[in-house]
Design a protein around this ligand. Structure first.
Ligand code: SF4
Ligand code: FES
Length: 255
C-alpha cells in the first residue's frame, strides 16, 4: 500500500477536524462606556466543535473576529472563579459550560452577571462583592498565645464546614440573588458562605463577632430563601442551607 504523503495527512486531519464543527450564533451583550451610553446585543456566528466550552467560543471570537471583546478568565478549569457570566439567562462559569449542553441550534446569549456595575462587555466591578467578603473576616481568628503544636480537630468537626470550604468566589450566587439585585447592600450569599466556613470551624474564636456582623439589617435576615444561589453555584455548594445554618446559629447561639 502506498504511504500517504504529509500533505495528504494534513488534509485528512483538517477534514476530520472540520467535520466536527457546527455553526453557532453567540449573542453577546456589549458595553463600552467610551463608545455608547447603553449596552447592546451583538451576534457572532462562528464554526465550533459543540464539545468545546463557551469560554473557547469567546476566545475564538476575540482572537479571530473582534479583539475588543472583553471578559475575565484565568485558569480555564473551574478553579479561579473569574469567568462567571449569564449564559442563556443563567449564571454559569464559561469554562465549565459545554456548548452542546445549552442548545446550540438557537442563538446562545452571553451577558455580564447582574447586580454589579458593568465596566465593559462581560466585565463587572467586583469591588462591592469583595468588600462584603472582607467584612465577614474570612480568616481564622484565635485568642491567647500561639500553641506549640498544631490545632487539632476531629473529622466530625471538620465535616461541619466542609461544603463551604469549596467556594471559589465567582459571585454566581450573589449575582443571581433578587435581594442583591434590589440595592446591592445585602451582604449576599457568597459572604455568608465564607462566614459560615469560619463560624462553624471549631478552631476559630470569632464566631460571635461574625454572627453580629451578619445580624445587621443588610445581613442574613434579608435572605428570602429563593434557592437561586444554590442553583447557580458551580461548585455544588448548598448555599441556602449554609445561610439557614447561620440564621439558626444567630437564634440559638450554638455553633
Ligand atoms: S458559593 Fe458557589 S456561587 Fe457563590 S461565590 Fe462561592 S463558588 Fe461561587
Ligand atoms: S476561568 Fe477560572 S473558573 Fe473559569
Amino acid at each position: 500500500m502506498a504511504t500517504p504523503t504529509l500533505d495528504k495527512l494534513d488534509a485528512f486531519e483538517a477534514d476530520s477536524a472540520s467535520s466536527h464543527l457546527i455553526s453557532v450564533t453567540f449573542r453577546i451583550r456589549r458595553f463600552n462606556p467610551e463608545v455608547a451610553a447603553d449596552a447592546e446585543w451583538q451576534d457572532f456566528r462562528i464554526d465550533i466543535d459543540p464539545k468545546e466550552r463557551v469560554l473557547d467560543a469567546l476566545h475564538k471570537i476575540k482572537w479571530d473576529v473582534d479583539g475588543s471583546l472583553t471578559f475575565r478568565r484565568s485558569c480555564a478549569h473551574g478553579i479561579c472563579g473569574s469567568d462567571a457570566m449569564r449564559i442563556n439567562g443563567k449564571n454559569r462559569l464559561a469554562c465549565k459550560t459545554l456548548i452542546k449542553d445549552i442548545n446550540p441550534e438557537k442563538p446562545i446569549t452571553v451577558e455580564a452577571i447582574k447586580g454589579l456595575t458593568v465596566l465593559k462587555d462581560l466585565v463587572v466591578d467586583m469591588e462591592p462583592f469583595f468588600q462584603a467578603y472582607r467584612d465577614v473576616m474570612p480568616f481564622l481568628i484565635t485568642n491567647g498565645n500561639e500553641p506549640t503544636r498544631e490545632r487539632l480537630q476531629t473529622a466530625e468537626d471538620r465535616e461541619r464546614f466542609d461544603d463551604t470550604t469549596k467556594c471559589i468566589l465567582c459571585a454566581a450566587c450573589t449575582s443571581s440573588c433578587p435581594v442583591f439585585w434590589n440595592d446591592g447592600q445585602y451582604f449576599g450569599p457568597a459572604a455568608i458562605v465564607n462566614a459560615h466556613r469560619f463560624i462553624f470551624d471549631s478552631r476559630d474564636e470569632a464566631g460571635e463577632q461574625r454572627l453580629e456582623i451578619l445580624n445587621d439589617k443588610d445581613g442574613v435576615w434579608r435572605c428570602r430563601t429563593t434557592f437561586n444561589c444554590t442553583d447557580a453555584c458551580p461548585r455544588g455548594i448548598e448555599v441556602t442551607k449554609a445561610i439557614q445554618e447561620v440564621k439558626r446559629a444567630l437564634i440559638t447561639r450554638r455553633f
